[in-house]
Structures are given as structure tokens and as C-alpha cells.
Design a protein around this ligand. Structure first.
Ligand code: CUA
Length: 313
């Protein structure tokens, strides 16, 4: 259709990596072009009539016009048909987007300040990265561990809020191989803009081999907690500061707090910082950002994560 090619030429939309994306773009471009045409007709008509029928002399009289049935019918009926078309088109596309195929592979998604965690049925877990097969429907079952987030894959034209205390879902069928961006599109605090993930689309056989290989975490149970509880989002292991101080070489040194006091980083300081993180804030880092892990970690877990931090020399 002519309007489609016109809109395509001026489109800044990202790659269409799903069938839905192409359909979504067609609808969006129809809305855009029909709005532009309507705008040109309305504003153009207004300018034309204002010029043509302006009062030219002081003796001009406004003619008495009551109505014109044909004209009024046309300007009501044509928009009605257009709006109904948009409604039916939009509804059927939305229906497709919300109807998950029964053979969809399920992946669990957890949003957390500030990372995305993915978990497969076989227990495989990843942070800020996940892999799906091409040409196969995938369903994401999503929830949040803290505040509202929103899961958005621009190339797939799918987006859904991720809400604490309930599950929301999304489905897609990737038609293109490659890597795609995942964004968080709900402002969720300090590092919202860094809450990004990578979505890799690979051939089915490659996906199955990948899924079957378990990634061994070195560092024992502490490393597991570091990844699962999301410490990794804010505390690096390579010395680079993120939202919070790096764990590298942290243990045993004296650290300057933002109230000017100096604190020795020992087991009890680390425990306090995990359970009650806002009591002491290291100088140069934002205050009241870290959530408390009170009640979320057992004594054994606390020991494991503290031992893990101690080992980051
Ligand atoms: Cu999570 Cu914004």
C-alpha cells in the first residue's frame, strides 16, 4: 500500500524480529499516516476558509447558514469508519499478542533493582542475559523482587509491567537470529537506565545444547547468593565502583563513612551492612539505596556471602 511505503521510508523503528513486530508497525504507520492526512485536511481547510471568507470590508455581513445534512453525514460517517477500522485492527493484533500458544517454552523472569534474572525449567539461571530458540514461541512468566519494573524488547514490539507480588506474562516468537536489547521502561530508581539485558536468539539445536550445559559458579554458596540475591547489580568484583563499593579488596581495610567516621570492614560491619544497610554509608556512595536483606538470608547464607566478600582480594 502506498502509505505503508511512505511511512517505511521515514520510519525510525528498530529491526522487526517477530511477525507481530511487522504487524504492529503496519498498524502504527496507518495511525500515523491517517492522523497526518486528517491534520492536513483540518488545518489546511481552516486556513483556506479563514482566508477566503474573512471580513474584507466593514460592510460585509455574515450569511445565515443553518446546516447541511449531507456534509454533516459525511464528516461523521467517514471518521466513524476509520475509527472502527483502527479498533478492529488494534483489537485483533492485541488478541494475538495476548494469546499464548500452548506449546510455548516457559522462562521465568525476575526484575530487581537493577538487574534482570532469568531462570529456566531445569534450574539454569542467568543475570542480564538469556537465550531463546528461533521460530519457537516463548512465554515469559515475570515478577519483581522489589519495585515496579517494565520488560521491553523494542525489536519484538513487546512490553509488560513487572510487578511485585504477582505474575505478569509476555510471549513472542523470534524470527531473526542475533542479539536484541531488553530495557526496563518503568523508572525504578537510581540505576534504572542501566537495567539492561541481552536476548540471544539461536537455532533450536544450539539452544538445546546451551540449555543442557550447566554453568559452574566458582566461589561456592557465597557466589550463588551474590548472583541470585542481586548483589552483582551494585557491587563489582573487579574494583570498579558501581552503585555501591566494589567487593574487591574491601575486607579488612578501613573505610571512610559519609559522616566522617572511619570503620574497619570486618565480619560484623558486613553483617550490619547487609541486614541494616542504611546505618553506615561509605563516603562517595548514594545513601538509602540498598534494600535490607533482613529475613531473606539465613545465618548460613550470611556467613557464606561474608566469606565470599572476604575472598575477593
Ligand atoms: Cu527497573 Cu527501571
Amino acid at each position: 500500500m502506498w502509505w505503508l511505503s511512505l511511512a517505511k521510508a521515514s520510519s525510525f523503528a528498530p529491526t522487526q524480529a517477530t511477525k507481530i513486530a511487522a504487524e504492529w508497525d503496519s498498524l502504527y504507520q496507518f495511525l500515523l499516516v491517517s492522523s497526518l492526512v486528517a491534520c492536513a485536511l483540518l488545518i489546511g481547510g481552516m486556513i483556506y476558509f479563514v482566508t477566503k471568507y474573512r471580513r474584507k470590508t466593514n460592510h460585509d455581513k455574515t450569511p445565515y447558514i443553518s446546516h447541511n445534512s449531507m456534509l454533516e453525514f459525511i464528516w461523521s460517517f467517514v471518521p466513524l469508519v476509520l475509527f472502527l477500522m483502527m479498533f478492529v485492527w488494534g483489537w485483533s493484533l492485541y488478541y494475538d499478542m495476548r494469546t499464548v500458544p500452548s506449546n510455548a517454552k516457559e522462562v521465568h523472569v525476575y526484575g530487581q533493582q537493577w538487574l534482570w534474572q532469568f531462570e529456566y525449567k531445569n534450574g539454569k539461571k542467568l543475570n542480564n542475559e538469556f537465550v531463546v530458540p528461533v521460530g519457537v514461541p516463548v512465554k515469559l512468566i515475570m515478577t519483581s523482587k522489589d519495585v515496579l519494573h517494565s520488560f521491553y524488547v523494542p525489536s519484538f514490539r513487546i512490553k509488560q509491567d513487572v510487578i511485585p507480588g504477582r505474575y505478569t506474562d509476555l510471549w513472542f516468537q523470534a524470527e531473526k537470529l542475533g542479539e536484541f536489547h531488553v530495557f526496563c521502561t518503568e523508572y525504578c530508581g537510581l540505576d534504572h537506565s542501566k537495567m539492561l539485558a541481552k536476548l540471544k536468539v539461536v537455532p533450536l539445536e544450539e539452544y538445546e545444547t546451551w540449555l543442557a550445559t550447566t554453568t559452574e559458579l566458582t566461589g561456592g554458596p557465597g557466589a550463588q547468593i551474590y548472583n541470585d540475591k542481586g548483589c552483582v547489580a551494585c557491587h563489582s568484583l573487579d574494583g570498579s565502583p558501581k552503585v555501591g563499593p566494589s567487593f574487591k579488596g574491601a575486607f579488612g581495610k578501613n573505610s571512610m563513612m559519609d559522616d566522617g567516621t572511619e570503620v574497619k570492614v570486618d565480619e560484623n560491619y558486613l553483617r550490619e551492612s547487609i541486614v541494616n544497610p542504611n546505618v553506615k554509608t561509605v563516603k562517595g556512595f548514594p545513601k538509602a539505596v540498598m534494600p535490607s536483606f533482613q529475613g531473606q538470608l539465613s545465618e548460613e547464607d550470611l556467613t557464606a556471602i561474608i566469606e565470599f566478600i572476604k575472598n575477593q582480594k
